[in-house]
Design a binder for this molecule. Structure first.
Ligand SMILES: [Zn+2]
Length: 329
């Protein structure tokens, strides 16, 4: 076959998180060819994320056997505010970095163009292109986990805002007397309805003496993860059900408010909390969404969960490269 003589083109998508870095070789035709995961806690690197990325890329290429010349770009997903044009990370609290030009620093160490984007924006790009591209024009993507992040797609294009922080849904004010948020304000959406918020409420009740299937985890001073929460809900744990239900109601209310403003055709939910608890949480969110939506608007908006999971942002590197480098991957 003549086609097999044409070398395949790939990008390397990197998901840079607070505890781990995930790098994947990916293209539209083959999907994810290979991934390498590393801890970001390596002390010898002293938070030098460019060097860490470069080392991970090298390892990925060596173990995949893919030739350097087949790689057309490296796309970084960053949990924070980024300027995709300059390559500067403004603030990324989980990575403990501020005003850092990772595009320039990483560019010195690798022979590929470097592109960066906020991780939820990247997930929105991936979900739009690979799950909903045919029918969807105006889409909101919301990831609920440690925090709550959003990505906006209008007329099929990512909306980044005037200074690149559009989509920060987690910091919309819900209750000015609510719990303190990571951003310093009180009562933000994510301080009330993220997995972290649900877990904080559950831990408080357990510590005050209430019985729960999650008591053992709390007593062992371990973190309650989304999966453990899902198991407790499946076993009928009243405390887990109570706080997850109340968060789901707030999520539905918030989605309705934002949809009343922006009129999406599709709202896609993802992130650890939704992924592990979809059967329980999605109907509750939908019910609350319908209740707080303007009449008939909710009926025109599809509410769904993504099937791409953690790979949404990895796939998002493909449309990002296509947008900035005008290439087909
Ligand atoms: Zn906040």
């Amino acid at each position: 076959m003549e086609d097999s003589a044409i070398p395949q083109k790939y990008i390397i998508s990197i998901d840079l998180g607070g505890t781990k870095i995930l790098a994947s070789l990916v293209n539209s035709g083959e999907g994810i060819l290979m991934s390498v995961k590393k801890s970001t806690k390596d002390k010898s690197l002293k938070g030098d994320y460019a060097t860490l990325c470069a080392a991970t890329i090298k390892e990925l290429l060596a173990s995949s056997g893919v030739n350097e010349t087949s790689v057309k770009a490296v796309c970084l997903g960053i949990p924070g505010s980024v300027n995709p044009h300059t390559g500067i990370i403004g603030i990324a609290p989980n990575l403990n970095i501020r005003n850092y030009n990772i595009k320039e620093e990483l560019g010195k160490q690798i022979p590929f163009p470097v592109l960066i984007e906020n991780d939820v924006n990247l997930a929105a790009l991936g979900i739009h292109k690979f799950e909903f591209s045919k029918t969807v024009k105006n889409m909101l993507v919301v990831f609920v986990g440690t925090g709550i992040g959003g990505g906006l797609v209008f007329d099929g294009k990512l909306y980044r805002g005037s200074s690149f922080f559009a989509g920060e849904m987690g910091h919309i004010l819900v209750d000015k007397n609510g719990p303190v948020c990571g951003c310093g304000q009180k009562g933000c959406f994510e301080a009330i309805a993220s997995r972290t918020a649900i877990v904080n409420n559950i831990v408080r009740e357990i510590k005050s003496g209430k019985k729960s299937k999650l008591s053992k985890i709390v007593e062992a001073k371990e973190q309650i993860k989304s999966k453990a929460l899902a198991n407790a809900i499946a076993e009928g744990d009243k405390i887990a059900i109570k706080h997850t239900t109340s968060a789901a109601k707030v999520i539905g209310m918030m989605l309705a408010s934002v949809n009343n403003l922006l009129n999406f055709d599709t709202i896609v939910l993802g992130g650890g909390l939704v992924e592990a608890n979809e059967k329980f949480i999605l109907p509750l969110i939908k019910e609350s969404f319908d209740k707080f939506s303007l009449k008939s608007t909710a009926a025109n908006t599809i509410l769904a969960a993504t099937r791409l999971g953690d790979n949404a942002a990895i796939f998002g590197g493909i449309p990002l490269a296509e947008e900035f480098l005008e290439i087909k991957i």
